[in-house]
Design a protein around this ligand. Structure first.
Ligand code: SAM
Ligand code: SF4
Ligand code: SF4
Length: 338
C-alpha cells in the first residue's frame, strides 16, 4: 500500500487511531459518567447512529494510508458492542495495521478474552482504580467488586493477551490505593499505569485540588522499591516508564495535567457516531459518518482527513487555565473513549 505520511501544524505525525465503538457502559465511574447525570433516562445513541463495522473499516483504511499503524478500540465499554471480535478480525486484516489494542473495564473479559485474542487482538488495557472493595464499589458507581475485574485480567492473561492496568487517581478518594495496587500488579508481573485525573467533559466537576500528580504518586512508590527510568519505546509514547530496581516489572505515569505531552501527540479519535476529534479536549468534531453516508469514495475520505490533520494545532493540556477548565465546552470521556 502506498503511504502518504502527513504532519500537523506542530509537526506531529498521525500514528494512532482510537475508535470508540459504543457510548454505553456498565459502570458509572464518578470521574467519567457520574450516575447523577448518566441516569436511566440518559439519551444514549440509538444503534442507527453508531458506525457500522463496515463504516469503521472504510474509515480505518485511509487513516492507515496516512500513517496510522496502531488502532485502539474503546468506548463507553467496548465489550458491550455486539460481535466485537468480528470487528477486531476485520481490522487486523487491514494492510498497514501493526497493532490492535483495547481499553476496557475488564468485567466481560471472562467471557470474551479468548475470542478476542483469536480474532487478532494483541493487548488489553484494563482499568481498575482500587483493590479495596468499598473504594472500588463506590468509584464505579455500580457496586461491582474488584474481583470481577481481577477475574477478567486473569482470563486475558490465560488467553495470551498482553495486559496493562490503568488506574485513575483522585486525591482523597483512591490515593491510598496507590501502594496496594502497585504491590498487587508487581507480584503478578503486570505493568500498572497511574493516570492523572483530567478535566475531560463537563460533568465530573473537576478541580485541580483532586489531582494526585505524578511526583506525588512516584514518591509513594519508592517505599516499595527505588524506580529506574526506562527509555521511551517510540515517539508519542504517553506514559513515562520506570522499572522497580528489584524486579523487571514496569510502572508508568500518564501525567497529562502536571507534565503535558501535547508536543508528541499523534492520536486521532473517532467517536461511536463517527465524528473525528483531533484532541481529547476538543469542543467539536468533524462528521465523518455524514461524509461516508453521502457516498464519499476512499480517495475523497483521504483528502478530507488530510485537510483536517494538516490544519491541526491542538495543545489543550499545555494551555490549560482556570478559564478553559471552567468555560470550554468539552466532550465527555465516555463519548470519545480516552
Ligand atoms: N470503559 C473502558 C475503560 O474504562 O477502560 C474504556 C473507556 S474509558 C473512557 C478509557 C479510559 O479513560 C479509562 O482508563 C478511564 O479510567 C479513563 N478516564 C475516564 N475519565 C477520566 C478522567 N476524567 N481522567 C483521567 N482518565 C479518565
Ligand atoms: Fe465506563 Fe470506562 Fe467511563 Fe468507567 S471510565 S464509566 S468504565 S467508560
Ligand atoms: Fe493530545 Fe489534546 Fe491531550 Fe494535548 S491535550 S496530548 S493535543 S489529546
Amino acid at each position: 500500500m502506498e503511504k502518504h505520511f502527513i504532519t500537523d501544524t506542530l509537526d506531529r505525525p498521525l500514528r494512532d487511531l482510537r475508535i470508540s465503538v459504543i457510548d454505553r457502559c456498565n459502570f458509572r465511574c464518578s470521574y467519567c459518567m457520574p450516575k447523577e447525570i448518566f441516569g436511566d433516562d440518559y439519551p444514549f445513541m440509538p444503534e442507527s447512529e453508531l458506525l457500522s463495522f463496515e463504516e469503521i473499516l472504510r474509515l480505518a483504511e485511509p487513516f492507515t494510508k496516512l500513517g496510522a499503524e496502531k488502532i485502539r478500540i474503546t468506548g463507553g465499554e467496548p465489550l458491550m458492542r455486539k460481535n466485537l471480535a468480528i470487528l477486531i478480525e476485520q481490522l487486523s486484516a487491514l494492510d498497514g495495521v501493526r497493532d490492535i489494542g483495547l481499553t476496557t473495564n475488564g468485567v466481560y473479559l471472562v467471557k470474551q478474552a479468548k475470542a478476542l485474542q483469536e480474532a487478532g487482538l494483541h493487548r488489553v488495557n484494563v482499568s481498575l482504580d482500587a483493590i479495596d472493595e468499598k473504594i472500588f464499589q463506590t468509584m464505579n458507581g455500580r457496586n461491582v467488586k474488584p474481583q470481577a475485574v481481577l477475574n477478567g485480567i486473569d482470563a486475558a492473561l490465560a488467553a495470551g493477551l498482553q495486559v496493562k492496568v490503568n488506574m485513575v487517581v483522585k486525591k482523597g478518594v483512591n490515593d491510598g490505593q496507590i501502594r496496594p495496587m502497585a504491590e498487587y500488579c508487581k507480584e503478578k508481573g503486570i505493568t500498572l499505569r497511574f493516570i492523572e485525573y483530567m478535566d475531560v467533559g463537563q460533568t465530573n466537576g473537576w478541580n485541580f485540588s483532586e489531582v494526585a500528580t505524578k511526583k506525588e504518586m512516584y514518591e509513594k512508590l519508592t517505599h516499595i522499591s527505588p524506580l529506574i527510568p526506562v527509555e521511551k519505546a517510540y515517539f508519542g509514547e504517553v506514559a513515562s516508564r520506570y522499572r522497580y530496581k528489584d524486579s523487571d516489572v514496569e510502572v508508568g505515569f500518564i501525567s497529562s495535567v502536571s507534565d503535558a505531552f501535547c508536543s508528541s501527540c499523534t492520536r486521532a479519535r473517532i467517536s461511536a457516531d463517527g465524528k473525528l476529534y483531533t484532541c481529547l479536549f476538543a469542543e467539536s468534531g468533524h462528521d465523518l459518518r455524514g461524509f461516508l453516508r453521502n457516498g464519499a469514495s476512499t480517495e475523497e475520505l483521504e483528502k478530507y482527513l488530510t485537510s483536517i490533520w494538516i490544519s491541526r494545532n491542538d495543545r489543550y493540556s499545555e494551555e490549560r487555565t482556570e478559564e478553559t477548565v471552567k468555560n470550554r465546552k468539552k466532550i465527555e470521556m465516555s463519548y470519545i473513549g480516552g
